[in-house]
Design a binder for this molecule. Sequence first.
Ligand code: ADP
Ligand code: MG
Length: 891
Amino acid sequence: MANYTPMIQQYLEIKRQYTDAFLFFRLGDFYELFFEDAVLASRELEITLTGREGGGEERIPMCGVPHHSAENYISQLLQKGFKVAICEQVEDPKVAKGVVKREVTRMITPGTMIEGKWLHDKENNYLVAITAVAGKAAIAACDLSTGEMYVTALSTMYRAMEEAMQYRPSELLLCDIATDELKGKGLPPHMPVTSLAHNEVNHLAVDEQYQEQAGSLEEASRLAINALLQYVGQTQKRALSHMRTLNCYVADEFLQMDPFSRRNLELTETIRDKSKKGSLLWLLDKTETAMGGRLLRRWIERPLMNRQEIERRYDAVQALQADMLLRSDVRVALDHVYDLERLAGRISYGNANARDLVQLRHSLEAIPKLRKMLLATEEAALIEVAEEMDDCQEVAQFLTETLVEEPPLSVREGGLIKEGYDEYLDKLRLASREGKIWIAQLEQAERQITGIRSLKVGFNKVFGYYIEVSKANLAHLPEGRYERKQTLTNAERYVTPELKEKEALILEAEEKLVELEYQLFTNIRLEVANHIPRIQELAERVARIDALQSFATVGEERRFVRPTITDEGDMRILDGRHAVVEAVLDQEKYVANDIYMNQEERNILLITGPNMAGKSTYMRQMALIAVIAQIGCFVPAREAHISLIDQIFTRIGAADDLVGGFSTFMVEMLETRNALVKATPRSLILLDEIGRGTSTYDGMALAQAVIEYIQEHIGAKTLFSTHYHELTDLDKKLKGVINVHARCEERDGKLLFLHKIEEGKADKSYGIHVAELAEMPIEVISRAREILSGLEGKEREPQPEQLSLEILWGQEEGSPVLQKDRKDAAPVREENASKEVEPVHEETRIVESIQVHSDEMDVILELKDLDLNQMTPLQALIQLSEWNSRLRKKK
Ligand code: ADP
Ligand code: MG
């Protein structure tokens, strides 16, 4: 090793313990980065790379950021998924012998952020741990900024990943699981992942932190929580008093949706640009507080199955929706409540300032009024929440007595504590004030003594207080009393012994004042920290009321009605609407549609109609109404009777997304398979033109087989849209299959979309009309009409096959697995050509037999999810080579 200077040796020593993070090494007013850290950081942050001598043969690469603007740089790195270790000088450089002692005081990682621009008010920031013990998986999720902790056990790793992803974690922590195990199970690219081994974890942490619940937890759940606590301890390096409540839940007790279905229904973000605007969350979010906003998001992500709890929410919403005055009063009261959860987090961290505490006080002061108006309602569901609200008024009172109304941002410059709280502080203030008054009067007094009218008393930072006399008047100055301090061009500055004495008094008092105020302030903060669990519980209640009033406000605005929940397995929705589409339609009005399904007679609706007629919208409308109903909100309809749904699956035909040819079709089949394997009679399945990604007969055969399978083996409620008219005859063969169609009318040779869903099948396809709508050249349109009339009556020829497997994978032979797949998944041409497509049970095997875990498929899925915009060319290259080697290994 080179003969490095002591400081660089110290750096290397520390860096060795933090190999997976950027080490921000404090040097005076800068955080410096060295060696590879510097090279990488200069590129990622676009800052200049320099170098310094460090005793080695070559200059050491170095770059740095000013410590006061470090936050910005740190959050940039975090957003890119990196970790940052903050290494501070832990002794005063003035008194240090040799190299100043330095220590890492905190690690900041994407999942453990507690402040900063990157945290959104209405979004949680979750760190999620995944573990597996003895064949059982578990996940634990925590948000350090609010102190929430959730845990649940799951049957398989696949489910664990699904559940973990539901939190949209900023970072994953794996305990005793190899990252490879998660490949192909929906691990997003670029997800920061940290691994922790079993033996690095303190296995008793959960018993200490969550005494009450620890006993009833399963092994895997315990390990997940312990791993989280371990990592939080390692990174934060301090005890956190706000992580007190543990929420244990059973994932299967909520309505299940896989990540694909969630995305497809646009619950919290749109598919197109991943923005909140245009999502269900966007429509329903009329919350006034940050914690209400976060709770609403959690509700939408986890709809209920428990009828009682759903009805309890309905009751509250009903009371709020019916009483406009109450609703607006509640909203006004909530508007005064700041983010209690994150305030509590900052107090616990010890980085809350006086303004934070004053905000806490204002928030608490708004509670009694809120509580009172809720108690005055006659609605049990509201009264109950109000009764549980502990308004913490003595905390508010305490803050009123201790802190001034408008404290400064800094807690180190005084001006925080109220008069009358601390006797000694008041004495010091008095001394300082009296001194200042004396000085203020000095000018007048000195003018009188000397007779110099232009005499001035002033203050500057270097020389302190002075008496200034212009050169012209020097002669009038009496002898002896004045001591010269500073000479200016036109004037001399003096002090007197008395002035010096007062000045010392003032300065000393002020120094002590600032120190004492800081002391008092930290004590006040500690005192408030004792009440954090109460504040958190209050925050929960406030969030609940906020989310409920949000439902009521939207419900009133958009004419939602209270659904009736039935146990009969019926869905009866009159004049239902897709509330989001309705909200974004400008001039046109949304056409309301009925939906009627039941368990025996009509559980599969086969929807036909031309492109753009409203089939997809109708299907999503059903799913969204189910979700909205099961989060406890009223629904966009004139009348609604619903049965609770346990799972929702949505699958979209690959032809809508032509980017991938065969691979999308494969994905479509995999996803359909998933639905078929997991669905129960209480599930809702939306199959939107599946089978389009392959040749006509293939697609049709598959579509029919899927319908038959659902009907014979599952009995789930299914909405199936298709452009295969041939399928509409199924209603004669299968009980429960009903044809409906999106009605269109031809007027003057043009096609008019009525967006009305009616019973019976569509009379014909309108493809050419749609082409006309798209303003295709008139020659094309009329030629198409000609060809069509020629074709009509004739049998339709099978279409040429789509991209073949070999082309996609670029293999001459294909792996054995693939050949098998290929045989089952894509019947060869001879089979296609046979005109009698008589799907029998054998064909349902097609879907079941697809190998989900084939490595090739994993690669395709990963490729599909890859966000190229987030990658550097180098990262892309690395990814490519990794895939390459995985595929070769297989071969
Ligand atoms: P399809 O799936 O039949 O091709 P979509 O459901 O995608 O048709 O609907 C196409 C467009 O028609 C939508 O983007 C929407 O603007 C409009 N639309 C659909 N349903 C309705 C409705 N019930 N009322 C008004 N406009 C609708
Ligand atoms: Mg569609």
